[in-house]
Design a protein around this ligand. Structure first.
Ligand code: PRP
Length: 213
């Protein structure tokens, strides 16, 4: 018998909407609702398993093939992915990448080299290369908003959802960079080897997205 189709799901922000989508298309997600501290949960209707993982690890599991599919933010795909198929825009987990600075600062003023703090160095470098601007990038693990406040950086590149974190810390958007939402990513070999199973699940999820419109 085939091993179960494994779907890596990003823990936290995307979890609730992903479960809502799967339930909307008739999948029994009770195991996910009662998960406790378990990290691998069965989806009995389709003989699949959901693997709960941190966003960057979803990419690692999908690209390595230990998971066939993954639900993960476009931000993490842009930052970490190199070889997977992105099959669906799931429409939830919407936010935007932005360059933000201390309120009133003009990031682009003057000639000195600027420093950017971010959890997303690859996206940041790519953005400033496109602007033909040479910047230093400092990798920060979280609460990136601290870096300009503490004087470590001139600005941050980060995701903005409601804008509350920026506002409450005296920062503002200088430039919008791109839109982000949750995506369904698929391992390249799995899409060939388990084509039918994957395509039927993708079609089902697509219907769920249409219903929501
Ligand atoms: C994210 C992001 C911002 C905040 C934006 O951080 O890095 O800090 O959310 O959301 P808002 O626009 O709705 O305020 P997260 O909460 O994931 O925590 P972290 O900074 O510790 O990674």
């Amino acid at each position: 018998m085939n091993k179960p189709l494994r779907i890596a799901l990003t823990k936290g922000r995307l979890e609730k909407d992903a479960i809502a989508l799967m339930e909307r298309v008739g999948l029994d997600c009770q195991s996910l609702r009662d998960k406790g501290r378990r990290l691998i949960l069965p989806l009995p209707d389709i003989g699949a398993e959901v693997v709960l993982a941190k966003a960057a690890d979803v990419i690692t599991y999908v690209e390595s093939g230990v998971c066939d599919m993954g639900i993960v933010g476009k931000d993490t795909i842009l930052e970490n992915a190199s070889s997977l198929y992105e099959l669906l825009d799931l429409g939830f987990g919407r936010c935007r990448f932005a360059l933000a600075v201390k309120k009133g600062d003009d990031f682009f003023a003057g000639y000195g080299a600027k420093t950017i703090a971010t959890k997303y160095p690859r996206i940041t470098r790519r953005y400033f290369e496109k602007q033909s601007m040479d910047v230093s990038v400092v990798k920060i693990e979280g609460s990136v908003e601290l870096a300009p406040l503490l004087g470590l950086a001139d600005g941050i590149v980060d995701i903005v959802e409601t804008g509350v974190t920026l506002r409450e810390n005296g920062l503002e958007v200088s430039r919008w960079i791109c839109d982000i939402s949750a995506r369904l990513a698929v391992n390249i070999a799995s899409l060939k080897l388990r084509k039918e199973e994957i395509e039927s699940l993708v079609a089902r999820l697509e219907q769920g997205l249409d219903q929501e419109k």
